[in-house]
Structure formats: C-alpha cells, structure tokens
Design a protein around this ligand. Structure first.
Ligand SMILES: NC(=O)c1ccc[n+]([C@@H]2O[C@H](COP(=O)([O-])OP(=O)(O)OC[C@H]3O[C@@H](n4cnc5c(N)ncnc54)[C@H](OP(=O)(O)O)[C@@H]3O)[C@@H](O)[C@H]2O)c1
Length: 239
C-alpha cells in the first residue's frame, strides 16, 4: 500500500522508531497521521493529530477510536523492553501487557475502520520473535507471542480485505537498546524500510540491514510453509 493521501495511526509516536514513522509517513504524502502517545506531543505539521494513547488502557483506546473518522494503516509500534532473567513473573506480565495485549486491543478497537477502508495493520516486532536473545527473555517471549497473534490475524482478516504485516526489526539506534554496543541502523532507515515493505505488499517486512540478511531464509523456510498450510483452517464464519 502506498501512503499517498492515506490516514495512518502510529502508537508510541513521540520518540524512537515511532517518531521516525510519523516523519516518514508525512514525507510520503499521508493525508493525516494520528500520533498516539502517553505524554503531550508537539508537532507543528497540520496533518498530525495527537492522540492520548497508552496501549494498556482500555478507556484511552476507546477515547482514541472516537476521535478517528477513518483509517487506512494502523502501526502497532509502542513497546517496552526490560533486561530480565525470567525470575520475575510481573516483568513477563508487563511485557505481555504492552507488547502483546496492547496491540491486540488497539487492533480490535480500530478493526471496523480498517475493514471499511480495506486497510493494513503493521505490527512492529523484532528478530527476537524468531529466536530469543537471552538477556531479554521476557521481551523475546512477548514478541514471539505478538508474532503468533499477527499470523492468526493475517489468516482471519485475509477474507475481509485487511492485510496484516509483521515487521522483524533488527537493532535500531533508539533509547530501547541504549548501552547495547552493537552496530545499529537509524530509526529513519527503519521507518523507510517499513513503508517500503508495505508499498511492496510484503507480509513479513525486514526493514534494516541486519534483518534483511535473514529475509530470504525465513521466506523459504519450514515455519513459513507451515503458516501458509495452517492458514487454510480459518473458520468460514470469520472469512
Ligand atoms: N530499537 C530496537 O533495536 C528495536 C528492535 C526490534 C524491535 N523494536 C520495536 O520497535 C518498537 C519501537 O521501539 P523503539 O526502539 O522506538 O523504542 P523506544 O525508543 O524505547 O520507544 C518506545 C515507544 O513506545 C512507547 N510506549 C511504551 N509503553 C507504552 C504504552 N504502554 N502505551 C503507549 N506507548 C508506550 C514509548 O512511549 P513513552 O515515551 O511514553 O515511554 C515510546 O514512544 C517497539 O515495539 C520495539 O519493541 C525495536
């Protein structure tokens, strides 16, 4: 999908990849960008509409839906990553609340608008959805679960004209991995890669140099073949 004259909603839009996505969407001609944030947002572009949106707050999600008339692209970008060793259940729950249940609740709330526009859902995941990084296992679990959720939504919504895209981000230079000294792509590069993938209608998007290095292997692999095979089991009532 091309962003020209489209309406886009981005969660976690105040910094990092989310902020870069807002700027890139405007650069690509988006008509309106709803910027979901937990704190006040200052953007001088008239096409940007700030939305107060903590993705763990059902009431804020409902209020946000009431402020949006139409929507072509929902980008579930907000996320949290905390170093842990799987010894604390509350840390795992916190990751699941923000990285799994948050995007799911936001998606369900905006689905009527996306069905109407035959729109797209873009879930910002991570390479750790495919294999855990053991210093952030709770985060890895939440992204793996969010990927599985993305695959189910993709199958369920295919018959309704809504496309669902998984973004497998590699290391990006943002606050999230500050202090983790490995080569990182810029948030701007990531944002461009995400929208390039969406324009090319890629269901699995590998937006940066590190993630791109495994794209071909992933697309030709056994897990992808199984996803396609299992997608045939969508109940007729939802397709
Ligand atoms: N950076 C990387 O290397 C990398 C790699 C793979 C995947 N990703 C994914 O890319 C996405 C963006 O990450 P980033 O690197 O830009 O991270 P970041 O700089 O830490 O920004 C995280 C964003 O998420 C927002 N957020 C956190 N909890 C939220 C909540 N409950 N409700 C609404 N917004 C919330 C933050 O808002 P506040 O400012 O209010 O905290 C902030 O805008 C995340 O899903 C992340 O998992 C990043």
């Amino acid at each position: 999908m091309n962003l020209d004259k489209k309406t886009v909603l981005i969660t976690g839009a105040n910094r990092g990849i989310g902020r870069a996505l807002v700027d890139e969407a405007l650069r690509r001609g988006a008509k309106r960008v709803y910027a979901g944030t937990r704190s006040a947002l200052h953007n001088t572009d008239k096409r940007v509409t700030p939305l107060t949106l903590d993705v763990t707050s059902v009431s804020q999600i409902q209020r946000a839906v009431a402020e949006v008339d139409n929507l072509d692209v929902l980008i579930n970008n907000a996320g949290v990553a905390i170093y842990d060793d799987l010894s604390k259940l509350d840390v795992i729950e916190q990751h699941l609340a923000v990285n799994l249940l948050g995007p799911l609740n936001v998606t369900q709330a905006f689905l009527p608008l996306l069905r109407r526009s035959k729109g797209a859902i873009v879930n910002n995941l991570s390479l750790v959805a495919l294999a855990p990084v053991p210093v952030i296992p709770a985060y890895s679990i939440s992204k793996a679960a969010a990927f599985n959720m993305t695959q189910s939504l993709r199958a369920v919504l295919a018959g309704q004209g809504v496309t669902v895209h998984a973004v497998f981000l590699g290391p990006i230079d943002t606050d999230m991995n500050r202090g983790f000294e490995i080569p990182k792509a810029s948030a701007e590069t990531a944002a461009q890669g995400i929208f390039d993938g969406l324009e090319k209608e890629e269901e699995d998007i590998f937006p940066d140099p590190v993630s791109r290095s495994i794209a071909e292997g992933w697309r030709a692999g056994a897990a992808k073949a199984l996803e396609r095979e299992f997608a045939a089991f969508v109940p007729e009532s939802v397709s």
